[in-house]
Write a protein that binds this ligand. Structure first.
Ligand code: SAH
Length: 222
């Protein structure tokens, strides 16, 4: 309960607090990433019954059995892409579109692929309402990437894969970075994959739990 007479915190104040207590306190320093988290209205990316929890330190349900990731996980993955503003980014697993909006703030353009059409329709409207013009949303199996839009300077997969999908490796630009959770259904390791002079390097970052990536190069789907 709030003390009597204390006004509730505005969403903007909640965002500032989220950045201080969840992101900066855990060592995230990229000023452009932190600015994007202060700006993007996360509460508009969750169902209205969860508005009051939108800035809390955990994932939330978004319908269709899917989740919007914990703010820290979105920020950690985003920072590892080391975006400067000129990049073409591929996102697999649009979900709520929150990560998509963060990427749209930080890169030149974003291609995001989602397999559940209902989620995609909601996100299309949401991102248009917020004025994001540098995002293309595609329906389908994202583990196949989007050869027509490749190569990508950065690739982010926000669903858990058994291994790095081969088509995504092929579509990663020279000097590019990919971040994705790899492991079983129950638990995964977040991994950064880089391509330099054609050589692929994998660096484990931390343990994590994501919903499964389904379809070819992912897990067998429904
Ligand atoms: N980044 C999202 C997290 C969404 S959860 C957010 O911030 O809200 C992961 C999403 O990946 C789900 O919406 C799920 O439907 C989608 N997904 C799973 N397998 C997929 C595939 N093969 N291609 C595209 N999307 C996929």
């Amino acid at each position: 309960m709030l003390p009597r007479g204390e006004p509730p915190m505005s969403f903007e104040e909640q965002r500032d607090r989220m950045v201080e207590e969840q992101l900066k306190a855990r060592g995230l320093r990229d000023v452009r990433v932190l600015a994007a988290f202060r700006k993007v209205p996360r509460h508009l990316f969750v169902p209205s019954e969860f508005h009051h929890e939108a800035y809390a330190d955990h994932p939330l349900p978004i319908g269709a059995g899917q989740t919007i990731s914990q703010p820290y996980m979105v920020a950690l993955m985003t920072s590892r892409l080391r975006l400067q503003g000129h990049e073409r980014v591929l996102e697999i697993g649009t979900g709520s579109g929150y990560q998509t909006a963060i990427l749209a703030e930080l890169a030149l353009d974003v291609i995001s692929i989602e397999r559940i059409p209902e989620l995609l329709a909601t996100v299309k409207q949401r991102l248009a309402d917020l004025g994001y013009l540098n995002v293309q949303l595609l329906a389908g199996n994202g583990s196949l990437g989007s050869p027509n839009h490749a190569p990508f300077d950065a690739i982010i997969v926000t669903a858990a894969a058994p291994d790095v999908p081969e088509p995504l490796l092929e579509q990663l630009a020279e000097g590019g970075r990919m971040v994705l959770p790899i492991g079983s259904h129950e638990a995964q390791t977040l991994v950064e994959v880089t391509k330099r002079q054609g050589a692929i390097t994998r660096t484990p970052i931390t343990g994590c739990v994501f919903v499964p990536l389904l379809g070819d190069y992912g897990w067998p789907g429904p």
